[in-house]
Write a protein that binds this ligand. Structure first.
Ligand code: NAD
Length: 241
């Protein structure tokens, strides 16, 4: 197993470090990931079925009823020491930016400035007919009170501003691939690297480091691999970097 000192060395040698985060960076904030055995959302339901474009269009009230508690937890959790450590690394000039698969906005709330959200975010929902936007938490309250599906004044049904299974990919992906191609270190934190096309960012980078509790698809090609909790490892990294 590689050490935090080795990771710190890579980081200080690198002139352009990009971080790719997944659901694992937010489990220490109390938000379940998808794939951790026993605790991941996958052990309770099939996210590919629930969080899909077809589920929303087939039965919008059911989509909102079932996603409301999940979205509420993600939208109201607090950043943890891993998010704060990444924001510190950006301030020290050791990290250029973060590409995140997460939709919980916790990197920005911890103080990171350069964040590319490739799967969207839960801050707002929008009306696909007229483009009106609504803040997410009041919309979730509306759903919980039974005013469901939540409708816009124009009659359209709101959808969350996240990438649902079956959606086309947002432009942010193109930018993420451009960043990954030119960076000289990609640090993956808390992702199984099983979700495409995000997982293809890892082999694109010239050098790869991984902090993750479980195995990932790219462990074999990582220059440094640390199996540990993101919050603890990143916080210790601050002492060396
Ligand atoms: P994933 O569930 O496939 O993988 C998470 C990985 O993180 C696992 O390999 C697990 O071992 C590891 N992990 C869990 N806790 C950890 C910790 N404390 N420290 C270090 N590693 C830890 O998640 P993914 O790769 O991000 O892909 C799932 C998809 O689900 C993404 O598209 C993401 O958008 C979405 N998602 C987002 C959130 C969120 O916004 N917080 C939560 C759940 C799922």
């Amino acid at each position: 197993m590689d050490s935090i000192e080795q990771l710190a060395r890579l980081l200080t040698e690198s002139k352009d470090t990009l971080v790719l985060t997944g659901a694992g960076v937010s489990t220490e904030s109390g938000i379940p990931d998808f794939r951790s055995p026993g605790t991941g959302l996958w052990s309770q339901m099939d996210p590919m079925e629930l969080l899909s474009r077809s589920a929303l269009s087939r039965n919008p009230a059911e989509f909102w009823r079932r996603s409301e508690p999940i979205f509420r937890q993600m939208a109201s959790s607090q950043p943890n020491k891993g998010h704060y450590a990444l924001a510190q690394l950006e301030k020290r000039g050791l990290v250029r930016g973060i590409v995140t698969q997460n939709i919980d906005s916790l990197h920005q709330r911890a103080g990171s400035n350069c964040v590319l959200e490739v799967h969207g975010h839960l801050r707002t929902a929008s009306c696909p007919h007229c483009g009106a936007e609504r803040e997410m938490l009041p919309l979730l309250d509306q759903v919980a009170s039974g005013d469901n599906p939540p409708r816009c004044n124009c009659g359209g049904i709101f959808r969350p501003n996240v990438v649902l299974y079956g959606d086309t990919l947002p432009d942010a992906f193109q930018r993420a691939f451009q960043w990954a191609r030119v960076c000289d270190l990609l640090l993956v934190v808390g992702s199984s690297l099983e979700v495409a096309p995000v997982c293809w960012l890892a082999p694109t980078a010239s050098r790869l480091a991984i902090i993750n509790l479980g195995e990932t698809q790219c462990d074999e090609i990582a220059s440094v691999l640390i199996r540990g909790k993101a919050g603890e490892v990143l916080n210790s990294l601050l002492e060396f970097a």
